[in-house]
Design a protein around this ligand. Structure first.
Ligand SMILES: NC(=O)c1ccc[n+]([C@@H]2O[C@H](COP(=O)([O-])OP(=O)(O)OC[C@H]3O[C@@H](n4cnc5c(N)ncnc54)[C@H](O)[C@@H]3O)[C@@H](O)[C@H]2O)c1
Length: 398
């Protein structure tokens, strides 16, 4: 699948990486191939792409960043830009980033700032990268005060998602990424939910069958299109794009409270999704059927099952410093029966219910169905009152 979109060329396929990169470089009239990877992604993807390009007569330059989140440091950006300067990379030259979300975030930020911006082609090598990180133009690095706090919006010239590159992806990375796929399904893609229901467990367990059958390519394609549509409508995250943050208000707070250790992003999002459904249930925004379906799917994927063992107040504190605020109000993306709503009027009782569902029960619906139902009933009453109060007080200000 190939399409030219307002946010760059999007190519998705199986075994396409090397030829698509060469085509992108040829289109850009590049004089050489400057490949940016990290040790693991060089081994599993970059080396092969580089060899194909070299065999076709391209001069190949390789720049290696540290693996994982360690790439997202300002000192790594400085080092990368110094390497680019030493290679005399000029403003017309295109870079190629080959790696997971951490690598494309860091390489994207370097490309966006070196010489005030040079083009970059993203070749994601993780499912997170293929469905999310390498598409949409958000680039960033971390600082001690928080993740992704320094960055810019800049669209890649091309996004090349090759599902064959996912074969070597470890089971835990696969499983966690499915948390994000479920999120996109909840935003309103029934077919995507069906695909995960049918193939998710096998893919998460490390089977390549869902890759070879094209099921994963279909998941990637559906997620990528959902993202293209949303980003084209709201590139700078001021409205519709916020919906992509479903599960992230709680998820980010849980990740932060865990100190970004032990939990992968998609794993945190699974807790966040469960919490968001609990809040929606308490506020009467979604149906029990919808909530049960998604919680059961997360159960089967073994995501958000165990309590993460975090203190509720620590998570609340992290939520208070979340960047998803507008004018001091936290934007909650909450599931409805078939999509989502953005709400700022979530009563504290509902937030607490969401936190309990995410933190204490972890997979509240499984063995604890009756407890969760009872809690939902009690909280729904309290929440209905709180919602009434909130509505009255906000009406009073308008
Ligand atoms: N820019 C965005 O819009 C956006 C969206 C979502 C996430 N992100 C960012 O993405 C990062 C997470 O990305 P990620 O989950 O891809 O993690 P990652 O890039 O850290 O990669 C995870 C691990 O998988 C390894 N790996 C990568 N590809 C592999 C392959 N094909 N085979 C075997 N191992 C492989 C890596 O070496 C690493 O150890 C976070 O920093 C997050 O903030 C950005």
């Amino acid at each position: 699948m190939r399409a030219d979109t307002p946010i760059g060329r999007v190519e998705i396929g199986h075994g396409i990486a090397a030829t698509a990169v060469e085509a992108a470089l040829t289109r850009a009239e590049a004089r050489r191939a400057i490949l940016i990877a990290e040790p693991m992604t060089w081994e599993v993807a970059g080396k092969g792409i580089g060899a194909t390009l070299a065999a076709a007569g391209w001069k190949v330059e390789r720049i290696l960043l540290p693996r994982g989140e360690d790439a997202k440091r300002l000192r790594v950006i400085e080092k990368t830009c110094r390497t680019l300067a030493k290679l005399h990379v000029d403003r017309a030259e295109t870079l190629v980033a080959i790696g997971g979300g951490a690598l494309t975030d860091a390489a994207g930020f370097a490309a966006a700032t070196y010489l005030r911006g040079v083009p970059i082609v993203n070749v994601p090598t993780t499912l997170v990268g293929e469905i999310d990180a390498a598409l949409g133009g958000k680039t960033a690095v971390d600082i001690p005060e928080g993740k992704n706090l320094v960055g810019v919006f800049r669209q890649p010239a091309a996004f090349i998602a090759d599902t064959a590159l996912l074969r070597t992806l470890p089971a835990r990375e696969r499983r966690a990424a499915l948390g994000e796929v479920v999120k996109v399904g909840v935003l309103g893609d029934e077919r995507l939910l069906e695909l995960v229901e049918e193939h998710g467990e096998a893919f998460a367990a490390g089977s390549d069958e869902p890759i070879d059958s094209g099921a994963v390519a279909e998941m990637v394609e559906r997620c990528a299109w959902a993202k293209v549509k949303v980003v084209c409508a709201d590139e700078h995250d001021r409205g519709l794009r916020m919906t992509l943050n479903l599960g992230h208000t709680l998820g980010h707070a849980i990740e932060a409270a865990a100190g970004y250790k032990d939990l992968l992003h998609g794993e945190a999002i699974a807790y966040g999704l469960r919490g968001a459904f609990a809040i929606s249930l308490a506020m009467g925004l979604t149906t029990r059927e919808r909530s049960h379906r998604i919680n059961a799917l997360l159960d089967r994927l073994e995501l958000g099952l165990e309590s993460p063992g975090l203190d509720q107040d620590a998570v609340l504190e992290r939520m208070a410093s979340d960047k998803k605020h507008t004018m001091g109000k936290l934007n909650w993306i909450l599931p409805t029966a078939a999509g989502v709503e953005i709400r700022q009027d979530v009563p504290p009782a509902a937030v607490e219910f969401g936190l309990i569902a995410a933190l204490r029960f972890g997979g509240e619906h499984r063995p604890l169905d009756s407890t969760a139902e009872a809690t939902a009933g009690a909280t729904a009453d309290a929440t209905a009152e709180a919602t009434e109060e909130a509505t009255e007080s906000s009406a009073g200000h308008s």
